[in-house]
Design a protein around this ligand. Structure first.
Ligand SMILES: *Cc1c(COP(=O)(O)O)cnc(C)c1O
Length: 406
């Protein structure tokens, strides 16, 4: 991998000052920053390629279509899907899950069961609650222990012949825990259930191979993978996507429209009604190129060193409580913690004055906070452009905040 100083030059935002201090960006689990290679592809699109796709006979439309479909193929190759038509562009993870949940709401019947985990992001809880309300299906939850580790024995007991879907995250956005999705997929398949994996938090760090995993649906957002906001994908097995009813009606998703009834287009267009985020899709392809240029394993190895260093340093702070799996090899570079007797929001506010961006609050996972009996945590999450010096400054600043607030 090229040196970190060179990588940092790819990210213009890292030149910014926040409250007069150099920006230290530790909120990568919420959204990652965007390299100039991706920014350039956005500028290039609107400067030279902008046209609606799949419609015009004119050259510009064909060039825009080619660029968009090329991006789809990049994503297919990256996740090792069998066919590019199994890659559906969505506005992100949330929309991808809603697309699948909405379809299953009309397939499931009363008494069917959906299993999620105690660690899910709200976007992998609420759509399934909607699906249960509409179909009469029942939602069940895999419990976790104090370290956020899922209880697989309990999962065994939750699985029944009525289990139709198992929907779990690959990595926890609140704690950074990497869940054993390989085992979960295998056990679910033994019972004939379909598995959706929320890869929003794993995709920037772990190479997922959807065929090797034999996962049925895998969903990600570009903006956590050095890409733009407003775009993501749903990977689904062709056979399952064909069975799923369309999500939205409109242009592009139809074969033939009559007032009596319409017929739907083939995959992937059946799920891509209306004019999509063309530029976003193309820029997502550029973000994948960027990840490949650095190497996803190199990125993860470097981030892991940051995780180990920061964890060891944080542990020297009095009254700190760190959540999540102690075994750092089972975590991505996310650290969630609290300082005894101090509200996370107050710490976040002081860090912001010093130019440090961290996340405070429930991180869209209120059930985890309820589980710990806390209102929220302070979360730092690393990306490939973060440095050991930035961590040193964080530790110094946390100690300062602690003195001011105690
Ligand atoms: C960010 C995130 C989501 C939601 O992604 P959006 O881009 O907001 O749609 C879902 N699940 C996990 C684990 C996440 O980290």
């Amino acid at each position: 991998m090229k040196p970190i100083e060179e990588i940092r030059k790819d990210f213009p935002i890292l030149e910014r000052k926040i409250n007069g201090k150099p920006l230290i960006y530790f909120d990568n689990a919420a959204t990652s920053q965007t390299p100039v290679q991706v920014i350039n592809s956005i500028v290039h699109y609107y400067s030279f390629l902008n046209a609606n796709i799949h419609r015009g006979v004119h050259t510009l439309s064909q060039e825009a279509t080619d660029a968009y479909e090329k991006a789809r193929v990049k994503l297919q190759r990256h996740f090792n899907a069998k066919k590019s038509s199994e890659i559906i562009f969505t506005s992100g993870t949330t929309e991808a899950i809603n697309l699948v949940a909405n379809g299953y709401a009309s397939i499931l019947t009363e008494g069917d069961e959906i299993i999620i985990s105690a660690s899910e992001h709200h976007s992998n809880i609420v759509p399934w609650q909607f699906a249960c309300e509409r179909s009469g299906a029942i939602l069940k939850v895999i419990p976790m222990d104090k370290k956020g580790i899922l209880d697989l024995n309990a999962f065994d007991k939750l699985l029944t012949n009525r289990t139709k879907l198992v929907c779990v995250q690959h990595v926890s956005n609140a704690l950074g825990n990497i869940h054993p999705i390989e085992i979960i997929i295998e056990k679910a398949h033994e019972r004939g259930a379909v598995v959706l994996v929320d890869g929003a938090q794993s995709s920037p760090h772990i190479q997922a191979d959807v065929q090797a995993l034999d996962v049925d649906f895998y969903v990600v957002s570009a903006h956590k993978m050095y890409g733009p906001t407003g775009v993501g994908i749903l990977y689904g097995k062709e056979e399952l996507l064909n069975k799923l009813p369309p999500y939205q009606g409109g242009g592009e998703m139809i074969k033939e429209v009559r007032f009596e009834a319409s017929t739907y287009a083939d995959l992937p267009h059946k799920f891509e009604a209306g004019t999509p985020n063309i530029c976003g899709g193309i820029a997502f392809g550029s973000a994948i190129d960027y990840i490949h240029e650095l190497g996803i394993e190199n990125i993860a190895n470097y981030e892991h060193k940051l995780l180990e260093y920061a964890t060891q340093k944080l542990k020297t702070i009095d009254g700190i409580e760190i959540y999540g799996d102690d075994n750092l090899s089972k975590r991505t570079a996310v650290i969630s913690f609290n300082l005894k007797g101090i509200h996370p929001y107050d710490v976040g506010t002081i860090l912001d004055k010093l130019g440090i961006a961290v996340r405070t609050g429930h991180h869209c996972v209120q059930p985890i906070m309820q589980f710990y009996g806390i209102s929220g945590t302070i979360r730092v999450s690393f990306a490939v452009y973060n440095t050991f010096e930035e961590i040193d400054f964080l530790i110094e600043s946390l100690k300062k905040a602690q003195m001011m607030l105690q």
